[in-house]
Design a protein around this ligand. Structure first.
Ligand SMILES: [Zn+2]
Length: 92
């Protein structure tokens, strides 16, 4: 599981020991970089998806959004199916 950068930085802060702090600090920055890169990639993919203008409802149980033009799922559920996690950015 990928820890959130804030949790990771708190672990770094309380880890103690100069060597460990350096190690955790480097790993924390690396994980923060991965996290930010993932957000950029997520946003790129989100913006490429068309609007929900299909004629059918999303097939995800309990969802009442319209499907995308070339999908049986709405934008959020199509994103989650392809990328593997929910979209966390602004849904504009
Ligand atoms: Zn849906």
């Amino acid at each position: 599981m990928l820890l959130s950068p804030i949790v990771w930085l708190l672990i770094t802060y309380f880890a103690g020991g100069e060597y460990e702090l350096d190690t955790y600090h480097t790993e924390g920055r690396f994980i923060l970089r991965l996290y930010l890169d993932q957000q950029i990639e997520d946003e790129k993919f989100w913006k490429q998806l068309s609007d929900e203008c299909g004629t059918d409802s999303c097939r995800h149980p309990g969802c009442n959004h319209l499907s995308l033009k070339r999908s049986s799922l709405c934008k959020a559920h199509h994103f989650e199916m392809v990328i593997g996690h929910p979209y966390g950015g602004a849904k504009t």
